[in-house]
Write a protein that binds this ligand. Sequence first.
Ligand code: PLP
Length: 398
Amino acid sequence: MCYFDHAASTRPWEEVLCLFQKEATENFANPSSLHQLGFLAEEKIKKAKKTLAQLLQCQAEELIFTSGATESINQALIAYAKGHQGGGNKLVLPAIEHKASLQSAKEAVACWKKGEIVFMPLLPSGHIDFEKLAFFLDKEVGLISLSSVNNNVGQVQDLETLVNLRNRLCPQAKIHVDFVQSFTKYPISLANSGIDMASFSGHKIKGLKGIGLLYVKKNLRLEAYVHGAGQQENRRSGTLNMPLIVSFAKAVELSEKVRKEAFAHALALKKLFLEALLQKNIDFVVHGLELSSDFSKEKMVEASLCTQKLSPFLLNLSFLGVKAETLVNALSEEGFYISTQSSCSSKNDLNYVLSVMGVEDALNVSSVRISFALDNTKEEVLALAEKIEKWVLRLKRK
Ligand code: PLP
């Protein structure tokens, strides 16, 4: 099996699976129970939270465990909007965000009188157009939300410039960042970042599914989104899943430990793959680049490897004349797993992120997403390039 869909989900670390099984078997008590086993589970949760806070450079009280990034994002946008009436009625976000943010934004602005979604101006590459954005940031803005790395194309957004602009033009507005695709890939330091809320997911970083984190800056009031018995200081009810929490902290620890190595490895694989494609007899276009129209393929490859602009873990490209879904299915039959777009919406023909970026439909329908990880080898990448050449040539002839 050659798996290149790590942006959709990852293979959990072996240690994480073992730890989960051990804790779920031995320490299954409810962490809210007032007996020794309950206290033990509670202690383990506290320890895991401390580890996570250290890694993210924030305070343990600023972290809430959720069921995943989708829930974190829902709470960050909707519960914030619900609890902050009259502090600005505009929610500003890019139209290329994950559906969790786009759908939550709709619900969030419905909580505000005359609430309105304002889409951030973007460059054709899908990066924020800060010059234009400055005209949108005024005293009506209540909330700004964006992904640090886009899950579809891999654009890396400049958070520092965004925070500075907010501080200058609309200091009343809060910023939420979706860190799902940069967590344990790019360094993250929340203290003094100017970020007010942030979302993270477990299964994208070699942890298990069903767990995520929401960071809420100290002193920022945020209502509950999941209501119940008042766990997590009334901010997210529901029995805490200690085995899942400790194995999540373990996954973050392990992935952070190899962060630099994984980054260099992903970049080397992306380079190897694109250079292998250059040698093949097929045409391709990489998305998310800032290039004028008369670029050469070599220039395109060079620009694709700029890690300040594009994540080395992600590659979105089109093979003109070949329907992406057909290519993905053909590769899948041979044991090579890539995706047509974000897995959450991969049933639609057109990739909405590319549509927003102005990519023409013919290119759009032929776009695929390949995501690399430390788990992949050079041999797998070269084999993938071979298989793609074979299938692109075969499918084009049809
Ligand atoms: N945000 C981004 C950028 C993602 O890539 C994903 C998952 O695809 C999510 C949010 C949702 O994460 P989860 O699966 O943990 O709900």
